[in-house]
Design a protein around this ligand. Structure first.
Ligand SMILES: Cc1ncc(COP(=O)(O)O)c(C=O)c1O
Length: 370
């Protein structure tokens, strides 16, 4: 057994990337203001000062106007998704997801007793023809999509596809839940504008989070949408009883944004992930040329496909014995598809570890193919 086991499936940042020093500076700045309201129950929609700073941050980073009135604070995208399910669905309802999609979102939908229908994607994102076919058969409570640098495929929905999706949403009164947690994590070329852009023209709720662009332990995110939809969220029992989400962390994040440190942290992460992605993809091309993948231009993931006749489930035990693991493709749909796929991530390991991980994976592939 390897002591330094490498789980290239793990989709979380390395500890070295978490901005401890910047957070300390922001905490000091925030606490020095002596405002005890930070420790009080907060407003249902979140602290007004934080929402103002967040709106300015998003307007700048999305390169489009975002108003504080369009934003409600969440305790991260997972919690926001759970809240959306509570407020917009009933057990037994059908929802649409992309196939493949984020595996833990599938668990949230399971918790709410939802029937999940997968809509295939291609290199431009969700397939509109397949969505139309599914809409002819079902009346979904919503469609869950990850438009940019999708988990697990790394795919970004093209601008044209986004327009088509919005047209379908308008024609069918389809609620679109856009999980946009990777939107700002490009490696130099911004993806098309977020689906949040359309939250007034169509029924779109956009979920954002500081998990991927700052630190997951903060449990801080936001929901962007039109006032009516947001009202339904803030009238939930949990928000009413708790008095808004994460007021203290929001206060420190407001300082991080206002001091310019949120931009520094985000740009640092984008630089490191771009380098690590290049290393992982280079190592795959050199050491494991049998797998195919599209090199990501942002986000966390490489969605690698084994050649015909191989399954990831057969490879995984051999890989484990060689000191490396990955996420099985089958975990990313309810239909049992994607048996030849592996989800790899470059977020958690540095360059030498990623190269070593791929070396072990290549060894395991040779052994399992023999
Ligand atoms: C698509 C997607 N949504 C949501 C999350 C979780 O976000 P949060 O930490 O804000 O709950 C992840 C984390 O892996 C993710 O990949």
């Amino acid at each position: 057994m390897h002591t330094n086991f490498i789980d290239i499936g793990k989709g979380q940042p390395s500890l070295s990337l978490l901005p401890l020093a910047a957070w300390r500076t922001a905490s000091d700045h925030c606490l020095a203001q002596g405002d005890a309201a930070l420790l009080q129950y907060g407003a249902d929609e979140g602290d007004a000062g934080f929402r103002h700073s967040l709106a300015q941050f998003l307007s700048r980073r999305y390169a489009m106007p975002v108003a504080a009135t369009e934003l409600v604070v969440s305790a991260g995208a997972s919690q926001a998704l759970d809240l959306v399910c509570t407020r917009f669905t009933r057990p037994g309802d059908t929802i649409f997801v992309e196939a493949p999609t984020y595996f833990l979102a599938l668990d949230v939908f399971r918790d709410h007793g939802l029937q999940v229908v997968g809509i295939p994607i291609d290199d431009d994102g969700i397939r509109i023809d397949a969505l139309q076919d599914a809409l002819a058969q079902h009346r979904p409570a919503f469609l869950y999509t990850i438009p940019s640098f999708q988990n697990p495929s790394g795919t970004t929905m093209s601008a044209a596809r986004r327009q088509q999706l919005i047209a379908v949403s308008q024609a069918h009164d389809l609620l679109v839940i856009a999980d946009e947690v990777y939107q700002l994590l490009d490696f130099g070329t911004a993806p098309p504008p977020p689906l949040a852009t359309h939250c007034h023209a169509a029924r779109v709720l956009s979920l954002g989070s500081f998990s991927k662009i700052c630190a997951p332990g903060l449990r801080l995110g936001w929901i962007q949408g039109a006032p009516d939809a947001l009202r339904l969220i803030t009238q939930s029992g949990v928000v009413q009883s708790g008095g808004g989400l994460s007021p203290f962390v929001s206060g420190v994040m407001r300082s991080l944004i206002d001091l310019g440190l949120a931009d520094v942290v985000l740009d640092g992460l984008r630089r490191v992930y771009a380098e690590r992605s290049a290393v992982l993809c280079g190592a795959l091309r050199e050491l494991l040329p049998a797998v195919t993948f599209v090199e990501p231009t942002g986000g966390y993931f490489v969605w690698a496909q084994l050649p015909m006749g191989h399954t990831a489930a057969e490879l995984l035990p051999v890989a484990r014995a060689s000191g490396v693991a990955f996420h099985l493709g089958t975990r990313f749909s309810r239909s049992g598809g994607f048996a030849a796929h592996m989800r790899l991530s470059f977020a958690h390991y540095d360059a030498p570890e990623l190269e070593e991980g791929v070396r072990r994976l290549a060894h395991a592939f040779t052994v399992s193919a023999a």
